[in-house]
Design a protein around this ligand. Structure first.
Ligand SMILES: [Zn+2]
Length: 169
């Protein structure tokens, strides 16, 4: 279950020229946090997931997202599926409640255990449900074969998106 709270939440994007030709900008520390979460899941034989909070900007080439933090909650998962535990979404609700008004859910991440990074039918449904074609990204990480891929929110058939890791300044 993913909170379908984005419809109607589309507003004008602040204009800011992106620093590189990419769609998603990810702080190194957040990427490490996601990788560690995926590694922990791998040890337990479970997929993991979480949401990416940040900001969406626009420039002459369109919209792009800058991640600020990754948040997760209690999960129901096994080797081939993962979802938020709907009985216990407190951590997620708190994170969303505490979001500043400038912050959006800009994406979500989840792991695949050894079968590579792609968008399954369920993943595409989740992506469409979360973003409905508005700017948003799915990050898929496979901690077993050490692969990461990012997909855009093209409805029904997410395309591969480019991610840039931002080193700490
Ligand atoms: Zn998946």
């Amino acid at each position: 279950m993913t909170p379908n709270i984005l419809s109607g939440n589309i507003r004008e994007r602040p204009f800011a020229k992106r620093r590189a030709a990419a769609d998603l900008f990810m702080p190194e520390a957040v990427m490490m946090q996601i990788a560690a979460h995926a590694d922990l899941g791998l040890e337990e034989g479970k997929e993991v997931m979480g949401l990416l909070l940040g900001r969406i900007y626009a420039d002459d080439d369109g919209e792009y997202a800058v991640v600020e933090e990754a948040v997760t909650s209690k999960l129901e998962s096994d080797r081939v599926m993962v979802r938020f535990d709907r009985e216990d979404m407190g951590a997620l609700v708190d994170a969303i409640d505490n979001m500043s008004p400038d912050t959006d859910i800009v994406g979500w991440y989840h792991s695949h255990l050894g079968y590579g990074c792609f968008m399954s039918e369920t993943d595409v449904k989740t992506q469409d449900g979360l973003f409905g074609g508005a700017c948003g990204f799915a990050l898929v990480v496979d901690p077993k074969i050490k692969e990461i891929a990012v997909f855009d929110s093209s409805p029904g058939s997410p395309g591969v998106a480019q991610m840039v890791i931002l080193e700490e300044e």
